[in-house]
Ligand binder design. Structure first.
Ligand code: C5P
Length: 402
């Protein structure tokens, strides 16, 4: 679900993590959302009204009785206007008020009239002692039980007061993903999805390996897109250089760096999988023997021959044992005879569809944020997805194939 054209209320209460919220607003605006801000008076001690107004392009709602309010009842009109609301940081005070239905300022009156009708994301953030307070825990448990509300678990780490503990607000990218999650209909609820991502690393000796340029971006975008739709996602990762946005912990990550480890993980998961999307760039060959000590160059040596042996073809193995109702989607990256090679691969590996990337396209392929693909189905149909972000390509692949 893209945030393009969505109306989002960003609610801010008075915790130090409020300093991150202008960045969140910028990222939402960049994604095409319209943002309005409701803040407590304490929040405005941490981040200025002018900053919030500048980044959101809209006046900040912080005083219920301000003469300049557009409506006499801003706390009713704002929830009517919005598609979703996020409260970040949500302090112990605001959580307790929310749970009790107390509405005594601009932010809590807005929450109070929004919570029963619109998707709401709550990001608690506070000192660990305040988080552990039974009253805070009770409030959070109450709120978690409400239908439209999704609570992001605070992270454990260094807190603003200098100590370490649970209570940190997750990074802005996680909050952004949480809003996308909250706004996406759960059309894949209960389905088990297996995704492989990234390049494998095949060890030569303790300091060297053979790998490729894959960064895992496409597989991660697919995992996030499936998780937003309510699927139970397992992502088996080779070498990936990007974080997986997983605000509600619905994506399970298994690290399997080598082709053999990835093969074993996939075989293990396949029988409980409804749809597998094999996006990883798996090595076709691996060193026949991994040296236990660093291989040294001999004096005068000018050549080195490394013996390789074939790895398992994960896609083909899964394809051969596919049962009724299971779907297998592969990827192909070709440099010549692209369509013919991809079609042959689809047949050889018993795939239901194959997504063809072309290395020749500017802005498509390894490492970049964008991609352009052709989806070939075993029914004979094909769909072209034009150059766009990998996240939009992931949405397109799911819309087309699932
Ligand atoms: O044969 P090729 O590597 O080009 O096929 C690409 C597709 O097969 C991708 O979906 C990739 O993830 C999968 N693959 C695999 N196991 C291998 C090699 C490729 O699952 N050993």
């Amino acid at each position: 679900m893209s945030l393009q054209g969505k109306h989002i209320i960003v609610g801010i209460s008075g915790g130090i993590a409020a300093y991150k919220i202008p960045e969140l607003i910028r990222s939402l605006v960049k994604a095409g959302a319209e943002v309005r801000v409701a803040a407590t008076k304490n929040a405005l001690e941490f981040v200025t009204e002018l900053t919030l107004q500048t980044v959101s392009g809209s006046r900040v709602y912080s005083d219920v009785f301000a003469a300049i309010n557009e409506h006499a009842t801003e706390h009713i009109s704002l929830p009517d206007w919005c598609d979703a609301m996020i409260v970040a940081p949500a302090t112990a005070n605001v959580l307790a008020k929310m749970a009790a239905g107390i509405a005594d300022d601009a932010l809590t009156t807005t929450i109070c009239s929004c919570v029963a009708r619109k998707p709401m994301v709550i990001a608690p953030a506070m000192n660990d002692k305040m988080w552990e307070n039974p009253a805070t825990q009770h409030a959070v448990d109450t709120i978690r039980g409400w239908e439209n509300v999704s609570v992001i678990e605070p992270e454990t780490g260094l807190l603003a007061c200098g100590t370490s503990g649970k209570g940190r607000m997750p990074e802005v990218e996680e909050l952004h993903e949480a809003l996308e999650y909250a706004l996406t209909p759960k059309t894949m609820q209960g389905r088990h999805i297996l995704i492989t991502a990234g390049g494998t690393q095949e060890k030569i000796d303790p300091v060297r390996f053979i790998s490729n340029y894959s960064t895992g971006k496409m597989g991660i975008a697919l995992a996030q897109a499936c998780a937003r739709r309510g699927a139970e996602v397992t992502i088996v990762c080779g070498a990936v250089s990007h974080p997986i946005r997983n605000p509600f912990g619905t994506i399970r990550r298994i690290d399997a760096l080598s082709a053999q480890a990835m093969y074993e993980a996939c075989i293990d998961l396949w029988s409980q999988t409804d749809i597998a999307i094999l996006c990883a760039a798996v090595a076709d060959f691996t060193p026949a023997k991994e040296a236990s000590e660093k291989i040294k160059k001999q004096p005068g040596q000018t050549e080195w021959t490394l013996q390789l042996s074939a790895t398992h073809d994960i896609a083909r193995t899964l394809g051969e044992s596919k049962h009724e109702g299971q779907k297998l989607i592969g990827f192909a990256l070709e440099t010549e005879n692209e369509k013919e090679n991809a079609l042959a691969k689809m047949e050889r590996k018993h795939l239901d569809a194959i997504v063809l990337n072309s290395l020749r396209e500017q802005g498509a392929g390894f490492g970049v944020d964008t991609n352009r693909v052709t989806i070939l189905k075993n029914s004979g149909n094909s769909v072209e997805l034009p150059l766009q972000s990998k996240s939009a390509i992931a949405e397109g692949i799911i819309e087309t194939l699932i």
